[in-house]
Design a protein around this ligand. Structure first.
Ligand SMILES: [Zn+2]
Length: 331
């Protein structure tokens, strides 16, 4: 079993208001409650974080909380789970999210979005585009001077495209070149001038279905999804995770099962497509200090790990529920 350690954030709610620290402390004093050292007060003064390492610690601490407050008709508990990934955990992970801290560079807004046309349509009825068949070059907004000064950088785009500086891609070429398509890039206002030091990269393969996304509408002719929306996860312990039904794939960089968004069928449809990288690639991006790469990323959870988390969630719900502490469950 390979789930990360995690913290639980508790809010104690009285008369539908989150209690602040003073109020909570007074109640604890009145009850002669003292909690173990695992309890930490958040800077906002409203949440209490307990750091947990194992399933058993979690259940034990939740029992401790529940016992103290079980006879208080006035008090309810809300909680959420915060995964804590160590950097070594991320480096060893099969896949983690490639998070890039900039807006999508290929979407200038307004009606200019049609400038990046897809050259191939896979279905005449819904005009489902072949997402990799972009008319080259891919047109983007201007890259900031700050970014251009960096030797290694990455930038965000829609439709599964990402931009890498050529220097960065060259370092990763041996790992990635058999698994991604690449192409040239130019600015919207200067479409004939290919940029020298940046290319687009798009994974060729994808992994299984993302559990957090629902297909809302399919094309009647080709049955390809046209609208995909996020699923509302009601289990407080699972909202922080992305989990997939299958992640068997050798590729070091893949698209995540489903995109998110709506295909209009004309022009340049923009959908949100998560890109996943192996822990090994993430390690290299960190070593190169690639600009805009977010270091606090998420690993991808498999079906089996998902079941473990669901069982844990159910066990904790049961602890609080049995003592009438669960009104307004979740944060
Ligand atoms: Zn279709």
């Amino acid at each position: 079993m390979n789930i990360p350690s995690f913290d639980i954030a508790f809010n104690f709610v009285r008369r539908d208001m989150n209690m602040n620290f003073e109020e909570f402390r007074n109640i604890c004093r009145a009850k002669s409650v003292s909690f173990s050292k695992n309890w930490l007060m958040q800077p906002d003064g409203l949440s209490f974080i307990i750091t947990c390492a194992t399933d058993n610690t979690v259940k034990m601490l939740c029992e401790e909380v529940a016992v103290h407050f079980q006879n208080d008709r006035d008090i309810f508990i809300r909680y959420e789970m915060i995964p804590r990934y160590s950097i070594d955990y991320l480096y060893a992970s099969r896949y983690c999210k490639l998070l890039i801290d900039v807006d999508e560079m290929d979407l200038p807004g307004g009606n200019t979005t049609a400038k990046n046309a897809f050259e191939i349509v896979l279905c005449e009825d819904c005009k489902y585009p072949k997402f990799s068949s972009i008319k080259q070059p891919l047109l983007i907004k201007s890259i900031s001077k700050k970014t251009l000064k960096s030797k290694y950088y990455a930038l965000h785009c829609s439709n599964g495209f990402r931009l890498f500086s050529k220097n960065l891609f060259n370092e990763l070429k041996n790992d990635l070149s058999n698994y991604v398509d690449t192409g040239s890039v130019a600015y919207f206002d200067c479409p004939n001038k290919i940029l020298d030091d940046v290319i687009w990269v798009r994974p060729q393969q994808s992994i299984g279905h993302n559990y957090m996304r629902d297909i809302v509408k399919k094309c009647k002719t080709c049955e390809r999804p046209i609208i995909i929306r996020g699923k509302i996860e009601r289990r407080a312990f699972l909202v922080c995770y992305d989990f997939y039904d299958s992640i068997t794939n050798d590729a070091p960089m893949v698209l995540a099962g489903n995109w998110f968004g709506h295909l209009a069928g004309a022009g340049y449809d923009s959908v949100t497509w998560d890109v996943l990288i192996s822990g090994n690639i993430f390690h290299k991006l960190c070593d190169f200090k690639a600009r805009n790469i977010v270091g606090e990323t998420k690993t991808v959870i498999t079906k089996n790990e998902y079941r473990v988390l669901v069982n844990l969630e159910d066990a904790i719900s049961a602890i609080f529920d049995a003592r009438g502490l669960l009104r307004g469950r979740g944060v």
